[in-house]
Design a protein around this ligand. Sequence first.
Ligand code: ADP
Length: 383
Amino acid sequence: MLILVANCGSSSAKYELLNVEKETVLARGVVERIGTNLSSIKHEVKSKDIFWKRKMNCPDHHRAIELIRDIITDPEEGVIASVSEVMGVGHRVVHGGEKFHESTLLDEEVIKGIAAVSDLAPLHNPPALEGIKGCMNIFDKVPQVAVFDTAFHHSIPEYAYFYGIPYDFYTRYGIRKYGFHGTSHRYVSMKAAEILNKPLSSVNLITAHLGNGCSICAVQGGKSIETSMGFTPLDGLLMGTRCGEMDPAVVTFLMQHEDMSVDEVNAIMNKRSGLLGVSGVSNDMRDIMKAMYEGNVQAKLAYDMFIYRLKKYVGSYAAVLGGHVDAVVFTAGIGENVPDIKDQVERDLKPLLNGGTKFLMIHTNEELLIAQDTYKIISALNK
Ligand code: ADP
């Protein structure tokens, strides 16, 4: 069964066409810089040795979905003869608020529900909705499913997701921890259980998604019970350009002393902090490590902070899991490619953890899990 996975961000629309049973990717690509005069499409079909990027006029997400349909059905460069071969479309949706705690078949009500929590993810949910509406139009006979980044963290207990501010802000605005990267944490948890050769329901895991954005999750019996990102994806670990945890009073201090607006302070914390802000070199771990080995002191500080904070979270999540951790899992760009980071965490923490803890690097595959969820929901419809 072929499933199209769509991941629409503010200026991009990524796609992957997968065969779910075979777990293979037929085609993938991305429409970038949507809404600018620099918009382009990248398209890759490994089986035909196709990989190119072309300039393409694309004013909005609706057009982006049309371009994706045209390219995957192109007789020369596509992989299917018509859209009727696509059995379902799975959409990555960043925020499901408190309402959506699992992947959900899309209809008008669900779309309204996603729009209702758009305030919580103003950069992410509106473009996802544009993509959903585009796909409902263009793949109009095909069932569509929303897969939420927040859903996996629905099992976090109340005492862990509440913030110590007046209760009223929770009831009025839904201010609480939600957590993100849920699809990735869920995917690598399942893979880790397979590697450990134990049922997911019986293992305790700490999963670290270390990409441009970084988050860590305590997973008990396949359920998230704690995670480092919070109300937004800004909290927790040091990231490429995001600050992660810090005293919230820094925000008001900066606003007062630098006469900064809300937007300015937001931009600093989201775009000019983290590895980039501390090192002054780059947001990319490869550049940080190169500069560090060349003797750059700030790059070394950024690297040390990254690892220190990671270790601090792994240690505290071991406590959250009652001291028993079957495996610590490293995934995403940094987690999958920098064994030095895994090795240092392992060396420093192994003596503190129960003897049997494994330290694993596992490739994440959010698109495959989105396709599998979509497949499951669609198959149940046809029964
Ligand atoms: P995203 O969060 O955007 O999906 P990725 O998971 O692709 O990001 O991770 C991107 C980051 O992974 C890069 O910024 C870079 O720091 C890091 N990375 C990727 N490959 C390597 C590598 N071979 N060595 C070190 N770091 C890497």
